[in-house]
Design a protein around this ligand. Structure first.
Ligand SMILES: *[C@@H]1O[C@H](CO)[C@@H](O)[C@H](O)[C@H]1NC(C)=O
Ligand SMILES: *[C@@H]1O[C@H](CO)[C@@H](O)[C@H](O)[C@H]1NC(C)=O
Ligand SMILES: *[C@@H]1O[C@H](CO)[C@@H](O)[C@H](O)[C@H]1NC(C)=O
Ligand SMILES: *[C@@H]1O[C@H](CO)[C@@H](O)[C@H](O)[C@H]1NC(C)=O
Ligand SMILES: *[C@@H]1O[C@H](CO)[C@@H](O)[C@H](O)[C@H]1NC(C)=O
Ligand SMILES: *[C@@H]1O[C@H](CO)[C@@H](O)[C@H](O)[C@H]1NC(C)=O
Ligand SMILES: *[C@@H]1O[C@H](CO)[C@@H](O)[C@H](O)[C@H]1NC(C)=O
Ligand SMILES: *[C@@H]1O[C@H](CO)[C@@H](O)[C@H](O)[C@H]1NC(C)=O
Ligand SMILES: *[C@@H]1O[C@H](CO)[C@@H](O)[C@H](O)[C@H]1NC(C)=O
Ligand SMILES: *[C@@H]1O[C@H](CO)[C@@H](O)[C@H](O)[C@H]1NC(C)=O
Ligand SMILES: *[C@@H]1O[C@H](CO)[C@@H](O)[C@H](O)[C@H]1NC(C)=O
Length: 836
């Protein structure tokens, strides 16, 4: 008491400063001066005494009191009657901020009066803000942020923040918080109260928060939590454990680092008795197709979420008689993804110039089912649903996804031949890089765009393993296929789908294409060694595509024309180079009797050509039946050229090739060569008459049968010449003669011209349809079709028939350039009047 003397007078009373002047040491006198209009009141009162101690008083103006109240505009000087007043007294410093009348002092909140000059008592700073109903108030906490504690729990350092909101006239407890947490902002509306409790020994001298005004939040409050790393937060509904206000809405927002994942679990909740509406929680989850995700409180809550999300609790209209209690206590756990997703993968595209890789969500139907986020992260920092890696650099990626099968990868690479001088015969491997194969996500498509200068360069695709064409008859069973399609804008041309394990040795394509490796099963990674295709740039040719096929002795090779479903594109030519190994005979069978194509302009035709002899047969695909199963001892061509078909009358052909050992022939040929002579030839003919050969007299040996590989097929008029050409009885050909033709070269001396046998149409084998093992010559031709009946009824017991009146063949000397498509087909004879 003695200390309370002149020192007080000397205090900065005259200065209307807000503050307290600590009196000289030993005096232990305090002065609190609160400026008028500051809205601050200070209350010193007895605290909740824990242990019985001898009494202590505040001494104000020599009066011993147990409570002092200082209002704004007042100045009070006091001392304590004991040595340790902190054991007895507490202090409440309350500031009212009224925003309804006049501007609101927003910004950093000061501790007023400063703690440095307050007596060392437990103190509670209280700020009470009132605002209009539509004004949102936001408390922003600097780090360390806040951590909510359940009522009754204590903070380790004794510093607590008790925050309440105003709902009409009543206060609602938002929660009690310690320092050192995740809560960074709390938005309320209409008004709020913040009580910061600092124990007497705590050195804190700043409030640690600021207040801002916001637009209406249209709910009780929004609490934002920010996670900097792994961690957890336990949060509670307002008033917890008491009831959440009726029909209210409260939201929690969570900011989660991209490389981590969050899971929500409800620790404790109860329902009120709803009269109307349903109590529920709603989530906004990045990557979810069905936001907001609505859950019942008893549902298992979402886990493994990547990215920022928010969660709202919605109350209901309660039964007035027995409202019950809605309350919720939940935990958000943020941690590194648990499984494989924790791994970082390096994808090195630094040596690539045109390869880009996209990892994206696989299209899926989710319905209303909850789907947690699924993300790809670059450098473990930026995560997105959708990531495209660009060529020219290395990328480090990781995954944040509960189920990686929800993602897939698509890649595209471009290989261009810019000028034909530099790239002729150059080759490039088409192979999925190992860095991409190692990723734990299914590769969906890997496309190579192969671009060449127009009309200068074509391409050959040579697979590491021979390919099979996917057909209904023999579907691909592998985990991947190559889809080959034109990449010329406006050209609708799909060569087909090809998988390893077949007979196609090479696919040559005329111009720009895309080759897409598409996988169908996750086990592609195991089968990846079977991939591999080499593209070479080769001289330009005219057909759209040439397939080189080397059948296996074991299985049927199914082949079909490009654009299977939609029909071969108009005026398109495609060829198959079908090899027949020595000692084998190939049987070529078409799946149907007629193509059904109806040409609007041009002609659709097919040429079967034996490569060795160049003997050809030409079929008009529009009018004629397709050939019956035919045998080929030597490699042959199947060349198909389309017209411009009428819509709905497309050209599509499926055919197959089987090989069988050629046991008879060899002997026969040997005999023929050694023995010669008409008799032997005759015998030979009889034996192998089932083999399909056709020959037509040619115009002095000129190779007129050049297949028209030019898309602008000029066939129509010229082909007409040969329609119903049977008038001249070409069809009467004897097997013997044919065989002389077929094997004529064997019988000639070297260099001998192959031109002299002037032979007309050869009749093919007309045996039963279907499989065609070498079998004795047929005894009956197939039933006549309308077209061919006119002059030549089918001959039973003859190895030939009239069924294919337009077929012909001719020998050619090997000199004729088969690529010379400018040589018109069949241009030499004077027109023959078509029969119909
Ligand atoms: C002051 O605060 C501390 C910790 O918060 C508490 O233990 C103590 O009882 C309080 N003192 C009084 C007088 O209330
Ligand atoms: C604050 O958090 C850190 C790390 O989470 C912890 O080590 C420390 O003990 C916490 N301090 C308080 C007062 O809670
Ligand atoms: C709070 O205390 C620190 C030192 O402990 C001091 O640097 C700072 O200026 C003080 N702030 C206020 C507002 O008194
Ligand atoms: C915040 O308050 C200021 C003035 O007090 C006002 O001009 C501004 O519009 C308010 N902002 C919001 C978001 O309400
Ligand atoms: C849920 O909260 C109630 C009331 O606070 C408490 O009695 C109960 O033990 C809690 N349950 C759990 C599982 O924490
Ligand atoms: C919750 O998140 C969604 C999506 O990010 C957002 O549109 C919405 O405004 C958020 N709601 C709240 C209250 O934060
Ligand atoms: C991790 O993998 C196990 C087994 O594959 C699975 O049961 C678990 O749910 C996975 N956890 C996460 C977080 O993906
Ligand atoms: C992925 O990104 C691409 C290009 O930015 C976009 O076209 C595509 O729609 C995105 N996909 C998803 C699922 O977001
Ligand atoms: C193929 O692509 C190259 C490069 O883009 C282009 O120059 C050429 O004209 C294309 N060919 C066709 C037939 O469109
Ligand atoms: C046809 O195929 C055979 C066997 O693969 C090959 O040797 C020959 O060169 C091919 N012919 C053409 C013109 O491509
Ligand atoms: C069939 O097509 C191939 C490949 O283009 C060609 O070499 C051959 O000469 C063609 N045959 C006929 C008869 O047109």
């Amino acid at each position: 008491m003695a200390g309370l003397n002149c020192g007080v007078a000397v205090a900065l009373l005259g200065v209307l400063l807000l503050g307290v002047e600590r009196l000289p040491r030993g005096a232990e006198a305090f002065e609190i001066a609160l400026p008028r209009g500051s809205g601050i009141t200070v209350l010193i009162k007895l605290g909740a005494l824990t242990v019985p101690v001898k009494p202590c008083y505040v001494v104000v103006s020599k009066r011993h009191v147990t409570m002092v109240s200082i209002k704004s505009g007042e100045t009070t000087v006091f001392t304590f009657s004991c040595q340790n007043p902190e054991n007895h007294f507490v202090m409440e410093i309350e500031k009212k901020i009224d925003c309804t009348s006049g501007p609101c002092p927003f910004g950093e909140v000061q501790l007023q009066p400063p703690t440095s000059v307050l007596p060392a008592l437990n103190r509670t700073f209280i700020w009470e803000v009132t605002a209009h109903k539509s004004i949102g108030l936001e408390l922003q906490f600097s780090t360390p942020r806040l951590r909510q504690i359940a009522p009754g729990d204590r903070c380790p350092d004794g510093v607590t923040h008790a925050i309440s909101g105003r709902l009409d006239a009543t206060m609602v407890r938002i929660g009690t918080f310690c320092s050192n947490g995740t809560v960074s902002r709390i938005k309320m509306q209409e008004g709020m109260k913040m009580a910061l409790h600092l124990p007497w020994f705590h050195p804190r001298n700043v409030s640690g928060f600021s207040i801002a005004n916001r637009s209406s939040i249209k709910r009780l409050c929004i609490i934002e939590s920010v996670f900097e790393g792994e961690g957890s937060a336990t949060l509670m509904s307002a008033n917890y454990p008491e009831g959440f206000p009726e029909d209210e809405l409260m939201t929690w927002q969570f900011v989660v680092p991209p490389h981590l994942r969050a899971s929500v679990s409800f620790l404790n909740f109860s329902h009120s008795n709803c009269e109307r509406k349903e109590e529920r929680v709603e989530y906004y989850i990045p990557g979810s197709a069905t936001n907001p995700e609505v859950f019942k409180l008893e549902d298992k809550q979402p886990g493994n979420m990547a990215g920022n999300f928010n969660l709202s609790l919605q109350g209901c209209d309660q039964d007035a008689q027995s409202p019950g209690i809605l309350r919720l206590q939940f935990q958000v756990l943020v941690q590194h993804p648990q499984n494989e997703s924790n791994k970082v993968y390096e994808v090195d595209l630094s040596n690539e110039r045109a390869l880009s890789l996209t990892i994206e969500p696989r299209p899926a139907r989710h319905g209303r089912k909850f789907v947690p986020g699924c993300f790809v992260c670059l450098e473990s920092r930026t995560c997105s649903a959708n990531l495209t890696l660009t060529p020219g650099s290395k990328h480090k990626i990781s995954f944040l996804c509960d189920d990686l099968t929800r993602l897939w990868m698509n890649a595209e690479n471009t290989i261009s031949c810019r000028d034909h001088w530099s790239c002729h015969w150059k080759s490039y491997p088409l192979q999925v890089p190992g860095d991409i194969l190692q990723l734990p996500v299914q590769l969906h498509d890997f496309s190579w765009k192969l671009l060449v200068p127009k009309d200068r360069v074509s391409m050959a695709l040579v697979p590491a393993q021979k390919l099979q064409q996917h057909t209904h008859e023999r579907p691909c069973g592998t985990s991947f296929s190559y889809l080959v399609a034109s990449a010329v804008p406006g050209q609708d041309l799909y060569f087909g789908s090809f998988c390893p394990g077949g007979s196609i040795e090479q696919i040559q394509v005329k111009q720009n294409i895309s080759v897409t490796l598409r996988t169908f099963a996750p086990n592609f990674r195991q089968e990846a060694s079977r991939q591999g295709l080499t593209v070479s740039f080769i001289p330009h040719f005219k057909e759209e595509g040439i397939f080189t096929v080397t059948p296996d002795t074991k299985s049927k090779v199914y082949l079909r024309t490009p654009n299977w479903d939609r029909g071969l594109p108009a005026l398109t030519s495609v060829s198959w180079n079908i090899s027949v190994p020595t000692g084998q005979v190939a049987c070529l069978t078409f799946s149907k009797e007629r193509t059904g194509v109806v040409c609007q302009t041009g002609r659709a035709f097919m040429v079967l050509q034996e490569q060795r002899t160049r003997v050809e047969e030409i079929f008009s695909l529009e009018e004629e039946a397709l050939p019956k199963p035919s045998f080929h001892h030597h490699s042959f061509w199947v060349n198909i050229s389309n017209c411009s078909p009428a819509s709905g009358k497309q050209l599509d052909l499926l055919f197959w090739v089987t090989l069988t050992p050629r046991t008879v022939d060899l002997t026969v040929i040997v005999i023929a060569v050694v023995g010669g002579g008409a008799f032997l030839l005759f015998a030979l003919g009889l034996i192998i008459c089932f083999m399909r050969k056709k020959k037509k007299k040619t115009n002095k040996g000129l190779a007129v049968g050049v297949y028209n590989g030019n898309v602008n097929t000029k066939m129509p008029g010229q082909l007409k010449k040969f329609q119903k050409g049977r008038k001249d009885n070409d069809s009467h050909v004897y097997a013997v003669i044919e065989d002389t033709m077929v094997y004529g070269h064997l019988l000639q001396d070297s260099g001998g011209s192959f031109l002299q046998p002037e032979v007309d149409t050869y009749r093919p084998f007309q045996g039963t349809m279907g499989d065609c093992p070498p079998s004795p010559p047929p005894t009956c031709s197939r039933p006549p079709t309308l077209k061919l009946t006119a002059d030549e009824p089918p001959l039973c017991l003859a190895p030939e028939s009239d069924s294919e009146p337009y077929t012909f063949s001719h020998p050619s000397n090997g000199d004729v350039s088969s690529r010379n498509t400018d040589v018109p087909l069949l241009d030499t004879q004077q027109p023959v009047e078509p029969a119909e």
